[in-house]
Design a protein around this ligand. Sequence first.
Ligand code: SUG
Length: 448
Amino acid sequence: MATRTYNFDGIVGPTHGYGGLSPGNLASMRHRGAPANPRAAALQGLDKMRRVHDLGGCQAVLPPQPRPDVRWLRRLGFTGSDAAVLRRCSAEAPDLLRAASSASAMWTANAATVAPSSDSGDGRVHLTVANLATMAHRSLEPPTTFRVLRRVFASAEHFVVHEPLPAVPPLFDEGAANHTRLTTTQGRVHLFAWGRAATGPDPQLRFPARQGELASRAVARLHQLRPEEALFWQQNPAGIDAGAFHTDVLAVGEGAFFMMHEAAFVEPDALREALAARLGHELQIVVANSAELPVAEAVAAYPFNSELIERSDGSLVILAPQEAWQSDASRAFLQRVVAEGGPVVDVEAIDVNASMNNGGGPACLRLRVPLTETEASSLGARVTYDAALDGELRAWVQRHYRDRLTLEDLSDPELLTEVHTALDELSEILELGSVYDFQTDPSAPNAS
Ligand code: SUG
């Protein structure tokens, strides 16, 4: 049965900000402490969804998570009312408050790894929630992500949502940001990229390698992939040190098309040969070398973090961040991709600057889930994007989001109340039921 790739974008949350929380993510480190405009950021995200939809791509949404995560702060020893917890944490450990407040669930490429029903042993769509254990602020996401995905992919006939892997170092897992599925009429390959070896010492890096090889192998097993259809490859440690904290900073692929920077993987020529051997001449691989596009510029401009939009005729459009279009070398590379012919017929730029300033380009903002028509019609919530949902979400953002947020604002108990009110309303718009802790646990103390 034919599938279409659905792009599940994370709606940018009401506490979107610049915490400088991700060592090794150069944009995040650079923008630490900058004031944010959560309303504009959320509207930018919705603009991208609208564009993908208008281009003929399949679009869906996933909700933000409740932040600041006061429960997490309580586990770290802050006590009293919610207001007291926020006040004390802000005074004694502002970095923890920043982490507890991050809207990082917006980067849904890190929410889970996915295998379509055509590829899994039991003929169901498999999703494994990422444990995101490398970064404290991101490690808060998995429990809520699990509940949300269980709600959206509720039909046990069609879907399996696996719990996150145990959050111990060799099993650290960052989801689909390190996974690419390529297909031709000759076959298919799930390319799993990892930075931390299964055995032996960690590579001596300046910046953390987030994805464990053992984690990638566990996900492939959980998804019941055929061994010959899974390929495990190491990220280039020099690429990680240059700022490619996830593979999708330097590589992206879809269907019969793959583009990468030569610094994305170790032994790029061998990778190319391995892919060609499995997928044949239909597979188009375009590689940027450092002379054409220096790795520092690739990391700054993010051409490889473009979204590849599958149109209904099967052709692809590259939706690049505007920063990739503004860089001469990066734009020239993208134009070369189109000029070479192949599945990519066009490239255009989109403004997701609010997300880019945290190291999240268009591809970070979406989780790809290939679905048959039957599977798409059995989703368990109102998450498929259309004009009506777009209108409701824009009005919801306008009603509830602030247009300025600084680190000082995070200790304001009013902000917490605003977020809970907004998310309560959103769960109704999306017909999600009660998926958030604060909706289900009446014993939790409130702001006072
Ligand atoms: O995990 N940034 C995210 C960006 C994630 C990008 N996703 C993919 N490449 N797929 C991260 O580093 C920064 C938040 C802050 O600093 O406030 C942040 O979490």
